[in-house]
Design a protein around this ligand. Structure first.
Ligand code: FAD
Ligand code: SIN
Length: 539
């Protein structure tokens, strides 16, 4: 199969990029691939909303920039922060024009929510299902584009580069080029070679590397792992954001999120004794940046030997609560919690990957004709800790920038004689047989998730990281052996990808000899001098 543009992922990043291409280049073919159904994405589960400067009377670009830089703890790229904040309002206007609706007050002004680390209310939202509304609007707009083909239940296995032409590619090889992907079409059970002039990775996060996560099961770090195998530059993987307030339900995964906007509207965290403990940890109390709140909760839980703390909303206005958070209200009620009478049990859960595939200001990865956008990319916006609700905005801004860069190149790429990629052969499944025992995959996944949660969680130590790496080595060896002799399946490939992601997180954590943002190591409790601090990079 051949296409002009190949987009892997149907979340906010992939859909925004594809839609813009389709509207400007009706003569070009765009294929979007998604591994399950089109809307099963992290995007669909976004609750709080989109951080954007909407009202220049009370807010300013400068304030949003400062809030982002403070949360990022010295590792943001200043120019990137500035461009995301300043270009954000135009991108929001576009998605509104495509049909996304954000809540307004009686006067017709947008209602603005507040979340941790924001000095002012600036979060546009659609009740507590903002992501679902944005995903709906984008998929609706996409369905009207004749030049987009959306292939669902299709699992991308690997990027095709010169490696598949028999060249020996190392991290030092110059001009590595992406020619497309190999993908397992689960509807036909065939492995297809999909050739593309330009490939966009918009594969989302990797929360499934942890036992407790807010991320749906699709979030297995596939894009980062395949980019790493193809020798793209990957950075900042140690900065995994734990959301402080996932609903605590023993044995249930993924965890249902209780948006930070609940605390923005007045919800208070309390420990086992009922004390509002956040004032002991930070002057901003319950609305301190997430790394601080998650660590405080972790500490309270460890001190009291409990599995959760409480989120107290019993003093809040019930009508307002139901209006802003109808899904949370209904979810809690469905498990016997009346938020007006009962406190909600909450615990931190892996939520967002700040690092990923290193990109420049135009979404370009270090591999030619390969872009990355959304949660799988590391643009320089988040630094050591993402400011709440900055990621939907980032995805839209970089989808636009990657689109601008792509349309400049596409004619030259498609008019030139066929590139070497056209000589790449079919997927080589020689020597593989049908999987005999799923337990070899499911047990290894459990082990991986446990070791990442216990050794590479909110608080880390050198010894825990060492142990994690030793166990990852064993899982890696066993899984590679299985991979060499077994027919590929999404389950096997996801495990393999999660092991790679786990390795990248642990390796980056070991390289960072300090505590900063989301990375806290009790053996190095302090920050290095800001002038000498750098990103952790792998390729
Ligand atoms: P996703 O939306 O996750 O899409 C990834 C796509 O890639 C999917 O279509 C998937 O099928 C596809 N894919 C992955 N691997 C493969 C493969 N191997 N083959 C084929 N397809 C593949 N951010 C905010 O800014 N505000 C919020 O309020 C907010 N709330 C959140 C609440 C929750 C519960 C969660 C989990 C996240 C939240 N976030 C929020 C973060 C934000 O939702 C995500 O960072 C963002 O939606 C990621 O978008 P994306 O397009 O990069 O990836
Ligand atoms: C939330 O609604 O609390 C999540 C927001 C985010 O992850 O940005």
């Amino acid at each position: 199969m051949k296409t002009d543009f190949l987009v892997i992922g149907s979340g906010i990043a992939g859909l925004t990029y594809a839609l813009k291409l389709a509207q400007t280049k009706p003569d070009k073919k765009i294929i979007i691939i998604t591994k399950t159904v089109a809307d099963e994405t992290n995007t669909k589960y976004a609750q709080g909303g989109v951080a954007v400067v909407n009202n220049l009377v009370h807010d300013s670009f400068e304030k949003h920039i400062q809030d982002t830089l403070i949360a990022g703890d010295g590792l943001c790229t200043n120019e990137i922060v500035e461009l995301v904040v300043k270009e954000g309002p135009k991108r929001i206007q576009e998605i509104i024009e495509w049909g996304a609706q954000f809540d307004k007050d009686a006067q017709g002004d947008y209602q603005l929510g507040k979340e941790g680390g924001h000095s002012i209310s600036r979060i546009l939202h659609h009740k507590d299902i903002t992501g679902k509304e944005m995903e709906r609007a984008l998929l609706q707009a996409i369905s009207q584009q004749k030049n987009i083909q959306l292939i669902h239940h299709c699992f991308v296995l690997d990027l095709i580069t010169q490696h598949h032409l028999g060249y020996f590619i190392t991290k030092a090889t110059p001009n590595i080029e992406c020619y497309g992907v190999y993908a397992l079409n689960l509807q036909t059970n065939q492995i297809e070679n999909i050739q593309a002039a330009i490939t966009m990775l918009a594969t989302g996060g990797n929360g499934q590397a942890y036992r407790t996560t807010t991320n749906p099961t699709i979030a297995t770090g596939d894009g980062v792992a395949m980019a790493y195998r193809a020798k793209a530059h990957i950075e900042n993987m140690e900065f995994i954001q734990f959301h402080p307030t996932a609903l605590y339900q023993q044995g249930i995964s993924p965890s249902f999120l209780i948006t930070e906007a609940v605390r923005g509207d007045g919800g208070i965290l309390r420990n086992k004794q009922g004390e509002a403990f956040m004032k002991q940890y930070d002057a901003r109390k319950d609305l301190a940046p997430r790394d601080i709140v998650a660590r405080a909760i972790d500490n309270e839980m460890k001190r009291a030997g409990t599995e959760h703390v409480w989120l107290d909303c019993t003093h809040m206005d019930i009508e307002k609560f139901k209006e802003h958070f109808p899904t949370i209200y209904a979810k809690c009620l469905s498990i016997g919690i009346d938020v007006m009478k009962d406190m909600i049990p909450v615990a931190p859960a892996a939520h967002y990957s700040c690092g990923g595939i290193k990109t420049d200001a135009w979404g370009r990865s270090s591999i030619k004709n390969l872009y990355a956008c959304g949660e799988c990319a590391s643009t320089g916006l988040h630094g050591a800790n993402r400011l709440a609700s900055n990621s939907l905005l980032e995805a839209m801004v970089f989808a636009h920038r990657a689109y601008i860069d792509s349309i400049k190149k596409i004619d030259a790429l498609t008019q030139s004689s066929p590139n070497e990629g056209s000589q790449v052969g079919a997927w080589n499944a020689e020597g593989t047989t049908e999987p005999k025992e799923m337990i070899l995959i499911t047990q290894s996944l459990k082990e991986l998730q446990l070791l990442m949660s216990d050794y590479v969680g909110i608080v880390r130590t050198n010894e825990r990281l060492r142990r994690a790496m030793r166990r990852l080595d064993i899982l890696f060896e066993e899984t590679e052996e299985l991979y060499q002799k077994t027919q590929v399946s999404p389950q096997l490939c996801e495990l393999r990808n999660l092991i790679t992601v786990g390795y990248l997180i642990v390796k980056s954590a070991q390289l960072r000899k300090e505590s900063r943002g989301l990375h806290y190591n009790t053996d190095y409790p302090n920050k290095q001098n800001n002038n000498t601090v750098s990103k952790t990079e792998h390729w």
